[in-house]
Design a binder for this molecule. Structure first.
Ligand code: AMP
Ligand code: MG
Length: 405
């Protein structure tokens, strides 16, 4: 057996960032930029008012009670064609450009409107009051995003705001997935003796999409070497990575192992973790001479889920240009109900639900039966407690928890 860390070094270390592509800014959410983004524009592009109020000359409003002549109303998107002179003001709405001559805004709450053309300021004004200056948010020439930055929703807003319509970015990977096993049923039909319903593909599709990849779902492939090989060779020409579920153990019908050993450069690993001991990682050279990674997950649903989390997800994130937080964050938590386990030389990833309590600490409980076939308890979990080898953890003990949500 190898440690999880060694396995992660092999898998994550064996994957490299994909070649960057030009992407529309609208599609950049969750993606990583592959170039330095320098703004060519100022945000805001002109000095404007931060409030609804009256644009004034601060020198006219040095005390409370000053009355001014109102020349007109300036709405956002409109430019005044007059200048504010001594004793004058303009009614002005948030975002409207400052008129010539004015150097402060008195907010509407601080004035008394005596008539359409006359206003009394109930507070003195200082130069610059309530004015948003040109370039206060972003300056032309400024590096807005370094290469390697993750673009979130606010980031897309910034890209749109500086008119960066297309940016060089790491691509969304196309990830093909398939499930193997003669026992699996996917079409909702009645189960015949010995059959079970497929659950991994549905789960993995959700996990692959949540990682930011496109899913190519090949469905169930029977435990037949020729069929599996031709499916893998065909899909390799139109995907960037392959995820398989099942057939990586030592069983008689583990055809994934037989076929991948023949057509790809594979490493078959046994990791010192539970669940998800077996894992396969390798590289397949496609007919167009690209080299794509293959992640061979075990078939037991909980093992499939946890090995995707621990190995495939960080590797796919690296391929999509992420350099930070490849792995999920971990939090030191307090055990609120004993976590029982047997000593077996492995780290157990126990499915737990955690909540932050008034003491500011995360308190966890297991979510139910912990077998690698028991997905129901996993569905209730928001974390994986990394329980070290031994007899388990007593009430009040501390444990590191990988947060899933
Ligand atoms: P395997 O890894 O193929 O040896 O499968 C291990 C266990 O997981 C067996 O009990 C399989 O029936 C079950 N299994 C394999 N693939 C799936 C799947 N896609 N959905 C649900 N159970 C599965
Ligand atoms: Mg199988």
């Amino acid at each position: 057996m190898i440690s999880l860390v060694e396995a992660q070094q092999i898998v994550i270390g064996g994957c490299e960032p994909a070649a960057p592509v030009l992407v529309d800014c609208e599609s950049m959410s969750g993606r990583v930029v592959a170039q330095e983004i320098v703004s060519t524009e100022f945000i805001p592009p002109f000095a404007n008012t931060a409030v609804d109020g009256f644009a004034v000359r601060a020198q006219d409003v040095t005390t409370a009670g000053v009355e001014l002549e109102v020349l007109g109303v300036i709405g956002a998107g409109h430019v005044a064609d007059y200048e504010i002179g001594a004793g004058q003001a303009a009614r002005i709405m948030t975002g409207a450009p400052m008129p010539q001559g004015a150097d402060a805004v008195v907010m509407i709450e601080d004035v008394t409107e005596l008539s359409k053309s006359r206003v009394r300021c109930n507070k003195p004004a200082k130069v610059g009051d309530a004015i948003r200056n040109i370039g206060e948010d972003v300056r032309a020439g400024e590096v807005v995003f370094k290469s390697g930055s993750l673009i979130n929703a606010a980031g897309i807003g910034v890209l749109a705001g500086i008119n960066a319509r297309r940016v060089l970015s790491y691509p969304r990977l196309r990830v093909a997935m398939l499930s193997t096993g003669d026992e699996l049923v996917i079409d909702g039909s009645d189960l015949k003796p010995g059959q079970i319903r497929e659950s991994n593909l549905t789960m993995l599709a959700a996990m692959i999409s949540a990682t930011g990849c496109e899913v190519i779902n090949l469905g169930i492939v029977a435990d037949d070497e020729a069929v599996l090989e031709s499916k893998l060779r065909e899909v390799a020409t139109r995907c960037d990575a392959v995820v398989t579920s099942g057939g990586v153990g030592q069983g008689d019908f583990d055809v994934v192992k037989i076929v991948l050993s023949r057509i790809a450069d594979m490493k078959w690993m046994q990791m010192a973790i539970k669940p998800a001991k077996p894992f396969a990682f390798g590289k397949l050279t496609t007919s167009d001479l690209r080299v794509i990674p293959i992640f061979g997950l075990p078939g037991n649903p909980v093992s499939s889920m946890i090995s995707f989390e621990l190995l495939a997800r960080p590797a796919l994130r690296k391929m999509m240009g992420h350099t930070q937080n490849l792995m999920r964050p971990t939090v030191r938590a307090v055990v609120d109900a004993p976590l029982k386990r047997k000593q077996d030389g492995k780290i157990h990833f126990m499915r737990v639900f955690g909540e932050f309590a008034e003491d500011g600490r995360l308190h966890i409980r297991d979510t139910g039966p912990q077998g690698s076939h028991q997905l129901a308890a996993t569905a209730q979990a928001n974390g994986l407690a990394m329980v070290p080898d031994g007899q388990g953890l007593a009430l009040g003990a501390e444990v590191e928890v990988m947060m899933l949500a």
